[in-house]
Design a protein around this ligand. Structure first.
Ligand SMILES: Nc1nc2c(ncn2[C@@H]2O[C@H](COP(=O)(O)OP(=O)(O)OP(=O)(O)O)[C@@H](O)[C@H]2O)c(=O)[nH]1
Length: 337
């Protein structure tokens, strides 16, 4: 089984630092092969391009990046070209133009019929120095920050410490998702997508806490704004209604959740692989190969591990022998077929 390719939408007001962040991800990819959809090639740091720049052509780059220039109408078409079975990609990033409405791009990705991709989240970049002014002039910025699964407060070098704290606090008040404050877009790529060795083994093994920790040890910790992860394991089955309530409540700071869930007899004793980013959740029904257990990894920023664990523990089914049909019906709406 090949894992689906996560598609991340990168948005942010003009000049906030989207291209800088994208270039950072491309040059700190830790072996991930990243496909990029941009509106404009000009500013992407492309050292070795095999094909001369031509809009609407997928280009193989020496650093393993596939790069395309598209308008939003062409996104689905380009996704089809980039994400075909066996595509040599671990992730795709779509950079929205500075004035794009991120909701539309997210909708495009979510409604794509392409079976090889999955939504990888909305990242909104804001300029720490301009945040208050931009909000005043463009009130829709608050919506974008609220909608985002990760808000990157960029250019923190441009503001003094007091102002920096002020901006981060304002962003946290609006944002439901994860928040990272950085300079020059230096986020750790691990918050957005898994390491290639983890992705490639998707059928056999799940992302584990150790994978993340081990992987992150390779980083120069000062180079990247770090993320956190919390692991949750349960031998007893979870109740589907309780777990869906947990997902719907969107825990602050959580960017994504992955792993298998055991819903016991309610779930027909199948292994439900969860892929959740922000409020979006998809389950894939597979078979148990080894021991049945729920084993989730939650990735994000400022995570309250104890509170998350307690919330998840409360999802353990107190009465696993009674089938929760309503819960399974609701869960069916999130099933990837
Ligand atoms: N001081 C400072 N400058 C930054 C930082 N990040 C980006 N810049 C600069 O800000 C300018 C805009 O950055 P871009 O990455 O091009 O921003 P963008 O959001 O892609 O811009 P558009 O494509 O025009 O919307 C560039 O001159 C960057 O070098 C940062 O953290 N600190």
């Amino acid at each position: 089984m090949t894992a689906r390719i996560p598609v991340v939408v990168l948005a942010g007001y003009l000049g906030s630092g989207k291209t800088t962040l994208l270039n950072h991800l491309l040059s700190n990819n830790d072996g991930r092969r990243i496909g990029v959809l941009v509106n404009d090639f000009g500013s992407i740091n492309i050292d070795a391009m095999n094909v001369a720049g031509q809009v609407d052509v997928a280009m193989s780059l020496e650093n393993g990046c596939l790069c395309c220039a598209v308008d939003s109408d062409g996104v689905d078409r380009m996704l089809e070209r980039l994400a075909h079975p066996g595509a040599p990609l671990d992730a795709i990033v779509i950079e929205a133009s500075g004035i794009a409405e991120p909701r539309q791009l997210v909708r495009l990705v979510l409604s794509s019929q392409n079976p090889n991709i999955e939504f990888g989240g909305l990242v909104e970049v804001v300029d720490a120095a301009e945040f208050d002014d931009t909000r005043a002039r463009h009130p829709e910025l608050d919506d974008h920050v609220r909608l985002a699964d990760l808000v990157v407060v960029n250019k923190v070098d441009r503001v003094g410490e007091a102002d920096r704290e002020g901006v981060i606090t304002s962003v946290r008040e609006i944002a439901d998702g994860a928040v990272l404050a950085v300079e020059r877009g230096r986020i750790s790529p691990g918050i957005l997508f898994e390491a290639p060795e983890v992705r490639e083994s998707a059928g056999a093994r799940q992302l584990s806490f150790a994978d993340l920790e081990e992987h992150d040890d390779d980083h120069d910790q000062h180079m990247h704004a770090a993320y956190e992860s919390v692991e949750f394991t349960a031998e007893e089955p979870l109740n589907p209604s309780a777990f869906l309530r947990f997902l719907n409540e969107r825990s602050r700071g959580v960017y994504r959740i992955k792993g298998p869930i055991d819903f016991g007899p309610s779930g027909d004793e199948k292994r439900f692989m969860l892929h959740a980013v922000g409020v979006y959740a998809a389950f894939e029904k597979t078979r148990w190969k080894g021991e049945r257990a729920t084993n989730l990894v939650l990735i994000g920023t400022d995570l309250d591990g104890e509170a998350l664990t307690a919330r998840l523990k409360s999802c353990v089914d107190p009465d696993p022998n009674t089938i929760d049909q309503m819960g399974m019906l609701n869960l069916a709406r999130h099933l990837d077929t």
